[in-house]
Design a protein around this ligand. Structure first.
Ligand code: ADP
Ligand code: MG
Length: 267
């Protein structure tokens, strides 16, 4: 029997599952510098549909830049970025015009500072993309917006303006608005960093619910509890490179001194 390798049925089933899982986001060899400051130095990140990936790393390590390269808020210098079937950046060429609009629809984004339209009510903030990007008429947009607000626990606040809402409520409206375009992936850039502990819990619970509905999510966060309990995978960025990519358990036990000191810092 020596030298004969028998197929392991479990392993080949796993291979099949990995191969058939569709990639929602593919980032290969991504490079981005600002002047002489090399921020991303060959970053690879493949995210399958339904996966929730937490991105960790020190301040200034390039986490926001990575997210912003995925929806072309920042134009990469090199590498490849694909979202679903949208080739955002390939062979030095970035999508433009109508193709860029379609890419942006495939990528919902939630920012640290909410970025709601201040002169619109909660429901109007959510209804706007439904009308502008998905062609809903007013009454349909309002009905769908109410459902989305209900999903983030804010149906009863639909008529409030952003300044009448707490930070956590504003962030939940922002999440409902990001969901309104029916994105392929949702990007979160430190969504709870501006919030008090109570609001943070509310927002993290909404994110947990969305993830269990199967949404693909890439979340830059300092919330280790979210990273280890909700996400399936943790990616650590350091000095422009991915230094860890694995399950929360394996990454949190990493012996890499830079990773270990990061986790210790949050202990
Ligand atoms: P992080 O989100 O991990 O804190 P960022 O991606 O925001 O890091 O920033 C990474 C580095 O890139 C920092 O040194 C920052 O100063 C620089 N940077 C980010 N955006 C710009 C920009 N638009 N112009 C110049 N430098 C930038
Ligand atoms: Mg940032």
């Amino acid at each position: 029997r020596r030298g004969v390798s028998l197929p392991d049925p479990a392993a080949s089933a796993r291979d099949r599952a990995t191969r058939t899982a569709e990639l929602a986001v593919q980032v290969d060899g991504l490079c981005k510098s600002f002047g002489t400051n090399v921020v991303l130095d060959g970053v690879d990140l493949h995210v399958t549909e339904g996966q929730v990936v937490s991105i960790l790393g020190r301040s200034g390590s390039g986490k926001s830049t990575l997210l912003r390269c995925i929806n072309l808020l920042e134009i990469p210098d090199g590498g490849r970025v694909q979202v679903g079937r949208h080739r955002a950046f390939d062979n030095g060429h970035a999508l433009r015009g109508n193709d860029l609009v379609k890419l942006r629809q495939a990528v919902g984004m939630v920012f640290q500072s909410f970025h709601l339209f201040p002169h619109l009510t909660a429901i109007e903030n959510v209804a706007l993309p439904l009308m502008q990007l998905r062609g809903r008429d007013v009454s349909k947009a309002i009905a769908e917006s109410l459902e989305l607000l209900d999903r983030v626990g804010l149906a009863e606040k639909s008529k409030q303006a952003p300044h009448q809402l707490s930070g956590g409520q504003q962030q939940r409206v922002a999440i409902a608005r990001a969901l309104a375009v029916n994105p392929k992936v949702l990007l979160f850039d430190e969504p709870t960093s501006a919030l008090d502990p109570e609001s943070t819990v509310d927002v993290l619970n909404v994110m947990r619910n969305i993830s269990s509905d199967g949404m693909t999510m890439i979340v830059v966060t300092h919330e280790l509890s979210f990273a280890t309990e909700v996400s399936n995978r943790i990616v650590m960025i350091d000095e422009g490179k991915v230094i860890e990519d694995g399950s929360p358990t394996s990454v949190s036990r990493s012996t890499n001194p830079r990773t270990a000191s990061f986790f210790k810092f949050f202990d």
